[in-house]
Ligand binder design. Structure first.
Ligand code: PMP
Length: 296
């Protein structure tokens, strides 16, 4: 599904067939979750294939690596360059790109100088699909920012996401929504969260969440459209039965929510501010509307 016999990946400065890549069973990241990664998309635009906000993604990757004491030998523009080569080698246009930095062989709990860099890509449909999601408040909380760097994209953090999504699916929902350690809504397992009430949009402030690049794009789009978007802490009670809600993320893009804990949102999705942002987002990424794509 992710690769075939001709798929190439970038691995430590070389181009390898995905099927030929072997990894030691003693890598620290496999045992303890100490790796960092990104999820990036490229889009076919009238100007050719463009990676959306490559600089922002690779800067976040390097930030995450620094927080996890992983020494990376490449700059963000080298990463962008490798990624355009990767897309070309695999003949990909609308692609999902996954760089992963992981610690090498080390069974102790200290950093290691052996650090590996892998980048792969494949065609991946919109995460959560095109239908509206029924969402539940998870029994799992997001990790306390005092226990790890929640603002970094670390592989180990995703055990929390896997548990939350699995619980939601087992209970007949499409996705989970997680609270922070104070009982306020934080984010989804792999996406940021927004809701609309009386023509105003709300989202959780930075601190207990991943600073989503799509979330930042929502602020830019709201500015352009004259929509009011406010960062504040809020609870499930504030959200249930409000006008509308949606997730944002590179994989999910802008994804509408039908209900929270089976309480439906008031507006039809088509009539919500989220639907307008969803359409604008697609224009922005696929028509290079504001011309801010990185190309090296
Ligand atoms: N929160 C979490 C926990 C995520 O995994 C993601 C996906 N990277 C997001 C938010 C959205 O981030 P972005 O818009 O940068 O993809």
């Amino acid at each position: 599904m992710y690769y075939n016999s001709s798929t190439e990946v970038f691995y430590d400065g070389q181009w390898l067939k995905a099927q030929d890549l072997t990894i030691s069973p003693y890598v620290q990241t496999m045992h303890y979750g100490s790796g960092v990664f990104e999820g990036i998309r490229s889009y076919e635009t009238p100007d050719g294939t463009r990676i959306f906000k490559s600089e922002e993604h690779y800067k976040r990757l390097l930030y995450s690596a620094e927080k996890m004491h992983l020494k990376v030998p490449y700059t963000y523009d080298e990463f962008t360059n490798f990624t355009y080569q990767l897309l070309e080698k695999n003949n990909l246009k609308n692609a999902y790109i996954r760089p992963l930095i992981f610690a090498g062989q080390n069974m102790t709990l200290t950093p290691t100088d052996e650090v590996h860099v892998m980048i792969c890509a494949w065609e991946w449909a919109k995460y959560l699909g095109n239908k509206l999601s029924d969402v539940m408040i998870s029994s799992y909380q997001r990790p306390n920012p005092k226990s790890c760097h929640v603002e970094a994209k670390v592989t180990g953090h995703y055990i929390n996401s896997i548990l939350a999504t699995t619980e939601a699916k087992q209970k007949g929902f499409d996705e989970a929504l997680l609270l922070d350690m104070n009982g306020n809504i934080a984010e989804g397992p792999g996406a940021n969260f927004f809701y609309e009430k009386d023509n105003v949009l709300f989202t959780a402030p930075l601190g207990n969440i991943l600073a989503g690049i799509t979330r930042a794009t929502m602020f830019e789009l709201c500015d352009d459209l004259g929509f009011k978007l406010v960062e504040k802490y809020f609870t499930p009670e504030d959200v249930k039965g409000s006008d509308s809600a949606f997730f944002t993320g590179t994989a999910a893009e802008v994804s509408g929510i039908n209900s929270l804990d089976r309480v439906p949102f008031k507006l039809k999705w088509e009539d919500s501010l989220g639907a307008i942002l969803q359409a604008k987002y697609i224009r922005r990424v696929s028509f290079n509307e504001f011309g801010n794509f990185s190309l090296v």
